[in-house]
Ligand binder design. Structure first.
Ligand SMILES: Nc1nc2c(ncn2[C@@H]2O[C@H](COP(=O)(O)OP(=O)(O)O)[C@@H](O)[C@H]2O)c(=O)[nH]1
Ligand SMILES: [Mg+2]
Ligand SMILES: [Zn+2]
Length: 284
């Protein structure tokens, strides 16, 4: 199932799609959902959403933005030219961890000079055990293929990182279809404004998501945010105070690890920002 604003494309069988609307406003169907439909001469209506295995989304204090449901893997596309944001990467990783999804980091544009700096910025993630793939989407994306089989993936990346190039190389037929949908929706540009699901084989699919500059974690608890930073979650039990906020408290095991150069200070700063942002909200 995929969403275009208030209209949804629902696949009944391979290649057989209908356009549907939702019953009432309570349901929030999103791309990757399995839904119950009623079909009539008036059109198709989504009546229910099957329980979700995972829900990949972001949330500010005021608004939730669903991205993909039932995913098993988050594929994160980063590159050195222009430099990617480690802050966004950290936030995607938190949501991947919270959903128990595999996180695959694709370092694209390794043919460009910025690749060296990006490689260094990515070293802490490799050290944490996140699978990582270095490629040049313009030349060859075949290395990505095996990572996508038997997975339900969501593809995410800042704009300009080469997500469309990657997708077009992976699915040439889909490229044509994207162009078709964009023109029929009068989008004007080839910017992805909604999530789209592509089948890769009978068991594997990939959802292309819109590029995003912000990625709020207001839907996650403080504990889930902390758990989303693997290296710090492992240390948090060693802080002197059980409810240590990892700010100015004495005996903070995380701050000690940073001072000793044992963990990434950049990752720690992102975690602090995420936690502060979350604490500043009214409820948690
Ligand atoms: N040199 C180089 N350029 C690339 C590569 N992948 C994508 N690009 C270029 O980067 C620009 C942005 O790519 P695009 O796929 O539109 O990025 P998106 O915004 O993430 O969808 C385009 O000009 C691409 O041709 C790559 O591996 N190497
Ligand atoms: Mg694009
Ligand atoms: Zn602490």
């Amino acid at each position: 199932m995929e969403a275009f604003g208030r209209h949804f494309g629902v696949e009944l069988a391979p290649g057989q799609r209908v356009e549907a609307i939702q019953r009432g406003r309570k349901l929030t169907p999103t791309c990757g959902d399995r839904v119950e439909l009623t079909l009539s001469t008036q059109g198709a209506v989504i009546e229910n959403i099957a329980p979700r295995r995972a829900l990949f989304y972001r949330a500010s204090e005021f608004r939730e933005k669903l991205i993909a449901a039932n995913v098993t893997q988050v594929v994160m596309v980063v590159a050195g030219d222009p430099p990617f944001s480690t802050e966004l990467l950290d936030r995607w990783l938190v949501v991947a961890e919270a959903n128990d999804c595999r996180a695959l980091i694709v370092h694209n544009k390794i043919d460009l000079p910025g690749a060296q700096a990006a490689h260094q910025a990515l070293a802490p993630y490799a050290a944490l055990g996140y699978p990582m793939l270095r490629l040049c989407a313009k030349q060859d994306v075949s290395a990505l293929r095996p990572h996508l089989t038997h997975q339900h993936s969501v593809l995410i990346g800042q704009s300009g990182m080469g997500k469309s190039t990657l997708l077009n190389a992976l699915l040439p037929e889909a490229a044509a279809r994207t162009a078709e949908i964009s023109s029929s929706l009068n989008a004007g540009r080839h910017t992805t404004t909604h999530s789209t699901l592509y089948w890769l084989d009978a068991e594997s699919w990939l959802i292309d998501s819109p590029g995003m500059q912000e990625f709020g974690l207001h839907h996650l608890s403080l504990g889930a945010i902390e758990a989303g930073f693997r290296e710090f979650a492992a240390l948090a039990g060693q802080c002197r105070f059980r409810d240590c906020a990892h700010e100015q408290e004495p005996g903070c095991a995380l701050r000690q690890a940073i001072s000793a150069g044992q963990a990434s200070a950049t990752r720690f700063q992102t975690m602090q920002r995420c936690l502060r942002e979350r604490r500043a909200a009214k409820e948690y």
